[in-house]
Design a protein around this ligand. Structure first.
Ligand code: FA5
Length: 340
């Protein structure tokens, strides 16, 4: 028995020295300690030993030696693998540029900034205004009394306290007139909300940019000049537009300024509801009632206002066929724009 154990010890030491992986150590464990392994074989032979107690002790010592050696080798192997991983890992270098992916500007942001720049260069200031307003600001101050049929065109979302999500940037006109008085040149971009069904050119949440110019002797020709300049600067090419009469209670006279659909070239498509034209920037001479409500002396001053559909402008400028893409969060579409 003793000779056999000595022989197994030698062969175990040799095999252990050659085992360089977790798999070969496991195979060695099974070979020696498994159900049909050498230790089991020794235990079977115990019954034939002359001094069973001494033989049993030797077998146990051998078994413990094998178990400990395999556990130690396994641990050493694991430590060596971790050390190799650390050696091979990329070292942290604080002087390297971060490998972060940069985002891109939303096309509405790009269009807003571009239009802002154009108007700032023409002496306009940029104003900010709330998204939640009251009925007075959104309608009454704009010559749209309660129950006026013009309200039907602009249903919105109401809060329990009677306030509402603004349907148009015109909701800021009164506050801005009261803040600055006349003369005045201001633009105010903002998010607008309407409770209406969506399609390729209508969203329930979209952006407009309002503009107002109030001074002595302001006339329709000033309005047309500013609209033309803005469009030629934004598109940097000739775009076909048309001006037709339009009704808004807060302007007199009022106009609809439509753009020839840049998606289909005027042939008609879902982006323009098959008309070949897209309503882009209604405008007109500010109604005297609105000026008065804003504290402006109507004997001295006149003014024009416009409500540019910024989201639609971005559609036409960037060739986005469906307005719903802007709010979709679809990075595949949105990340095509200028990166930060
Ligand atoms: C208005 O909102 C007026 N406040 C504009 C105005 C201002 C007129 C100053 C005169 C003087 P309208 O509802 O037509 O008008 O909207 C103006 C523009 O916003 C539209 O021409 C269109 O470009 C855009 N627009 C309106 N509704 C939506 C919508 N649901 N989705 C996307 N764009 C819209």
């Amino acid at each position: 028995m003793q000779n056999r154990i000595e022989e197994l010890k030698r062969s175990f030491v040799t095999s252990l020295g050659a085992a360089g992986s977790a798999e070969s150590l496991e195979a060695l464990r099974v070979e020696y300690l498994g159900k049909k392994g050498y230790v089991a074989e020794l235990m079977k032979g115990l019954k034939d030993a002359s001094d069973k107690k001494a033989a049993g002790q030797l077998i146990n010592e051998f078994k413990t030696e094998v178990e400990d050696s395999i556990a130690k080798a396994t641990e050493e192997l694991r430590a060596a693998q971790i050390a190799a991983k650390i050696r091979g890992a990329k070292k942290y270098n604080p002087t390297l540029r971060a490998e972060a992916e940069f985002g891109s500007y939303h096309p509405i942001t790009l269009a807003t900034r571009e239009v802002e720049e154009i108007f700032v260069s023409m002496g306009f200031t940029i104003e900010n205004y709330f998204e939640i307003v009251d009925d007075y600001k959104c309608f009454e101050a704009l010559n749209i009394p309660k129950h006026h049929p013009a309200r039907d065109m602009q249903d919105t979302y109401y809060l329990d306290n009677g306030q509402l999500l603004k349907t148009h940037t015109s909701a800021a006109q009164n506050a801005i007139m009261k803040k600055y008085g006349a003369p005045l040149r201001a633009i105010f971009p903002g998010r607008c909300f309407r409770n209406e069904s969506t399609d390729a050119c209508h969203e329930n949440t979209f952006f407009q940019m309002e503009g107002m110019m109030i001074d002595e002797n302001i006339s329709i020709s000033n309005l047309i000049y500013f609209m033309k300049t803005m469009l030629s600067e934004v598109f940097k090419r000739d775009v076909k537009v048309r001006l037709r009469p339009g009704f808004f209670p807060f302007v007199e006279p009022g106009f609809e300024l439509d753009i020839n659909c840049e998606i289909c070239g005027g042939e008609g498509c879902p982006s323009c509801k098959n008309s070949g034209w897209l309503e882009l920037c209604p405008c007109g001479m500010i109604h005297p009632n609105v000026l008065r409500e804003g504290g402006i002396d109507t004997e001295k001053y006149t003014g024009f206002a416009f409500g540019l559909g910024l989201t639609r402008l971005a559609m036409m400028k960037y060739g986005v066929k469906d307005i719903r893409d802007f709010n979709s969060g679809n990075l595949k579409a949105l990340s095509q724009f200028k990166s930060i």
